[in-house]
Design a protein around this ligand. Structure first.
Ligand SMILES: Nc1nc2c(ncn2[C@@H]2O[C@H](COP(=O)(O)OP(=O)(O)O)[C@@H](O)[C@H]2O)c(=O)[nH]1
Ligand SMILES: [Mg+2]
Length: 365
């Protein structure tokens, strides 16, 4: 699979060719429509955007909307990181947040009939750098498809505060296939420190397994988007007018990229699992085929058919059955009570022998 990334665009020796990129973008729209129309595409992908506040998650959603529908609609609220609230909210964007009537000419031809197969995007806003049991439970529940879109995170947190962590599992017991997260996109910004606690939190959640079957609970691929690539001094495909944003050198960018790869154990496959991202932002939303190219390649990659997910024909059989559990209890009891198994066996043998002897003797009397 071709890696997503803009490195191959900006590093072309003859300079980036706008017309070529525009042509590629048209082809990408059709490719994405074909991926929507595949007969094995039963439910849309569900992409969960996770990252610290201010890294550009909401701007990413707006950029995807613009690339897929042809017009800039700032549906996800963007803001200045530091002023943003720390309250966690989840915003669901069904079919990438696009309505049929919003599709422009080319995009209308491509997606009119298959809009409902475009990915659902969940923008998880307001998360700082933390790895708490509360947040892990919320992630587990959302990833597992237990939480209906639109559910207030404040409600979930109130329940946890009243009933303790673990209560959401008892409250929400029936997952829905179309709500299950299929891909997590960890959004990191090239000018901000990597929130290592949040990375750890995600890694902890993804490695949880079912205690009965031993199977991993989640079959979720993780991708990393490194945002604000336009702030890299050496690149020339993207203009940046903002005086507030500090620029970084390509050397620093590459160091950040390597740091991210190490934390996600994707050193060897960085090109396939990470993207260098630039977004349209409010006030700078005039057409830029290079920005759209990043977004369209990204959506194509998110929709590539992979291993069959969450579609096991039969229920997996438990490995830790009741018998195994009983045997474990017995073993634990023997260990805890310090009973010598040999002595118990001798005792039983003697008892049975005496009972047998008694029976014979009482018969002969
Ligand atoms: N230079 C630049 N700024 C961006 C980019 N994406 C987002 N921003 C700015 O970064 C700030 C935070 O973006 P936002 O999408 O609200 O981040 P979120 O908190 O992760 O959702 C806003 O001021 C955006 O304008 C980008 O690609 N380049
Ligand atoms: Mg946001």
């Amino acid at each position: 699979m071709a890696g997503v990334g803009i490195d191959d665009i900006y590093s072309r020796e003859d300079g980036p060719d706008k017309t070529k990129v525009q042509e590629e973008n048209t082809a990408l729209l059709l490719e994405i429509a074909q991926l929507c129309n595949r007969p094995d595409r039963k439910t849309p992908e569900v992409l969960f955007l996770l990252g610290a506040t201010g890294v550009g998650k909401s701007a990413m959603v707006n950029t995807i909307i613009k690339a897929l529908c042809g017009k800039y609609f700032p549906k996800a609220k963007t803001g200045h990181g530091l002023a943003a609230t720390k309250t966690l909210t989840l915003q669901w964007f069904k079919h990438c947040g696009i309505e049929k009537f919003e599709l422009q000419d080319l995009q209308n031809d491509a997606f009119r009939k298959c809009l409902d197969k475009l990915p659902t995007i969940i923008d998880a806003a307001g998360k700082g750098n933390e790895n708490s049991a509360e947040f892990r439970e919320i992630l587990e529940m959302v990833f597992g498809g237990f939480i209906p879109p639109g559910t207030s995170v404040a409600f979930l947190q109130d329940q946890q505060a009243e009933q303790g962590v673990g209560c959401l599992k008892r409250l929400y017991t029936s997952p829905r296939e179309e709500w299950k997260v299929t891909k997590v996109v960890f959004v990191a910004c090239c000018t901000q420190a990597l929130p290592t606690q949040l990375v750890e939190c995600l890694n902890d959640v993804l490695k949880t397994y079912d205690r009965k079957t031993g199977l991993s609970k989640f079959d979720i691929d993780v991708f990393v988007a490194i945002t604000k690539f336009d702030l890299v001094e050496e690149q020339s495909s993207f203009e940046i007018d903002s005086q507030e944003d500090k620029k970084i050198t390509m050397k620093d960018f590459l160091a950040r990229e390597r740091e991210v790869a190490t934390h996600f154990s994707i050193d060897g496959s960085l090109k396939h699992n990470s993207i260098r991202w630039v977004s349209y932002v409010d006030g700078h939303s005039e057409d830029n085929p290079f920005i759209e190219n990043i977004a369209l390649r990204f959506v194509r990659q998110m929709m590539q058919p992979g291993r069959s997910k969450h579609q096991e024909e039969n229920e997996p059989s438990p490995v830790v059955t009741t018998r195994v559990e009983m045997a474990r209890h017995a073993e634990r009891w023997v260990n805890e009570t310090n009973v010598d198994v040999k002595q118990v066996l001798i005792f039983l043998f003697v008892a049975i022998f005496i009972a047998f002897l008694y029976k014979i003797l009482s018969k002969s009397v």
